[in-house]
Write a protein that binds this ligand. Sequence first.
Ligand SMILES: [Zn+2]
Ligand SMILES: [Zn+2]
Length: 140
Amino acid sequence: MGLGQLANCPICDALFVKGIRDVCNNCYKEQEKQYDVCAQYLRKRENRGSTIYELSEGTGVAVKQITKFIREGRISLQNSPNLGYPCEKCGTLIRTGNLCTECMGSLQRQITQQMDVDRRLADEERKTNNKVYQYKREDK
Ligand SMILES: [Zn+2]
Ligand SMILES: [Zn+2]
């Protein structure tokens, strides 16, 4: 979807003109407020060791939204050793990427398996094609 197109806000479903922001103006303002609350919370020395769940509880901001802030780089993990966000698949707390190492590993295995299957199918196909070709030659 390009810029300047009408879209539904993914948060409140209101119709808005899609611009640099992917949410409507109201939700954008709301997000900014939530970000401020989170940033203020983390600025306090006693909250530096918070997990994302403690941060969410302490600020009333949804874990999903905090995850977004972290992934956008707005909330830095550098000064918050216990802060991470849930892996997209299993919910294990991670600090980089979308998936934890375990889910990354199983995804990798799945891809390799799929490639194996594809290769075998391609091999089969080639064999069948060869056979057809041979039969034709024998016919002559
Ligand atoms: Zn909205
Ligand atoms: Zn995972």
